[in-house]
Design a protein around this ligand. Structure first.
Ligand SMILES: Nc1nc2c(ncn2[C@@H]2O[C@H](COP(=O)(O)OP(=O)(O)O)[C@@H](O)[C@H]2O)c(=O)[nH]1
Ligand SMILES: [Mg+2]
Length: 325
């Protein structure tokens, strides 16, 4: 069930608070410099009428909380279904990542529960494919350019192996490490997809891509997505690639995912899975400095802001608008 009322209620509350704070901030300016009567009336109206969206928002949030979420919480249960087969197929995305892909493949291959590592290169023009192969990975090229196309192909390719039930999706840029697979394994009995969260202070290296802005931006977007699926999930991050999926659930999910959605793909993946009623559970993971240059949303705060706004648009409205051929 999608809790649209709570989501839009939050939008109304945000609008109200913005108007209220702007109104209060204008007060001293008026007092100090300039106070024509019309401007004064506008300023007072801004503060006074900000109460309207505030009430509308509170009613909408309350409606979902007390009518729908209460019902969901009553029907709640803990799933405890350990997979019969605990081995992983690991799929790593790579785009001109020749500096990191070798050690990334070796790191995952060294984990005792990893059956194989596959690398999906996305038209890399450097030695990514050769290095991955030398490190012992099965290597594929995805010709459709873009992070979404690369991730979609990685999941599709991993599902072809029938000797594993668990698919790991990760990036080959050394920001994520194989060590965390043990944490994922502890969580998987309770979920269809265990999604890594990088937004855990104690598990971030000092020099990661996550600036203060990106840290709180991801947390904010995670909470907004949670508002859309109240009572079903707890989220603190929308941008991690690193996740473990049960193959039976992933098969169903993948049919509903459009590979043309690009850098917004992770938030889109979570939103779509939740709409299908899949159980998503977050697991704290360690996050390390990137080796090689970022080509994604973590390049700088400006790029991250644009990506964040697009993710919010996808959550509030729809993802279809972001599909690019
Ligand atoms: N941005 C981007 N990433 C791609 C593409 N194709 C594959 N990828 C891979 O997707 C992952 C995310 O990109 P990355 O540069 O690490 O972005 P960041 O995690 O935001 O710094 C990496 O493993 C890339 O190699 C593409 O066309 N664009
Ligand atoms: Mg990365």
């Amino acid at each position: 069930m999608t809790t649209w009322r709570a989501l839009y209620g939050f939008l109304f509350v945000s609008l109200a608070l913005t108007a209220y704070v702007a109104g209060v901030a204008l007060g001293p300016l008026r007092w100090l410099f300039w106070d024509p009567p019309l401007f004064r009336r506008f300023n007072e109206a801004l503060v006074w009428y900000s109460g309207i969206p505030l009430v509308i928002g509170a009613v909408l949030i309350g409606w979902d909380l007390f009518r729908n979420v209460v019902r969901l919480r009553h029907a709640k249960s803990i799933r405890n279904d350990p997979p019969a087969n605990r081995f992983f197929t690991v799929a790593l995305t790579a785009y001109n990542d020749e500096r990191s892909i070798g050690p990334a493949v070796q790191d995952f291959r060294a984990h005792p529960l990893v059956r194989r590592v596959i690398v999906i290169s996305n038209n890399s023009t450097d030695r990514t494919m050769a290095v991955a192969e030398e490190a012992g990975a099965l290597v594929f090229n995805e010709p459709r350019q873009g992070y979404g196309a690369c991730v979609h192909r990685a999941l599709q390719q991993a599902l072809r192996f029938e000797d594993t039930e668990l698919t790991v999706l990760c990036e080959g840029d050394l920001t994520f490490r194989a060590n965390d697979l043990d944490k994922f394994l502890a969580y998987i009995p309770h979920a269809d997809v265990v999604n890594g969260s990088r937004i855990v202070e104690q598990l971030q290296d000092r020099r990661t891509q996550l600036s203060l802005f990106m840290h709180y931006g991801n947390l904010f977007a995670g909470k907004v997505l949670e508002l859309k699926h109240l009572g079903m999930v707890s989220l603190t991050d929308v941008g991690t690639t690193y996740k473990v999926c049960r193959n039976e659930s992933l098969r169903r999910l993948l049919q509903n995912l459009d590979p043309r959605i690009n850098l917004e793909f992770n938030a889109y993946f979570l939103d779509t899975a939740l709409k299908l009623g899949l159980r998503i559970l977050e697991c704290p993971i360690t996050f390390h400095p990137r080796v090689g240059t970022s080509k994604g949303g973590n390049l700088n705060n400006r790029v991250a802001t644009r990506l964040g706004l697009r993710m919010l648009l996808g959550i509030f409205v729809d993802w279809k608008g972001f599909a690019r051929d």
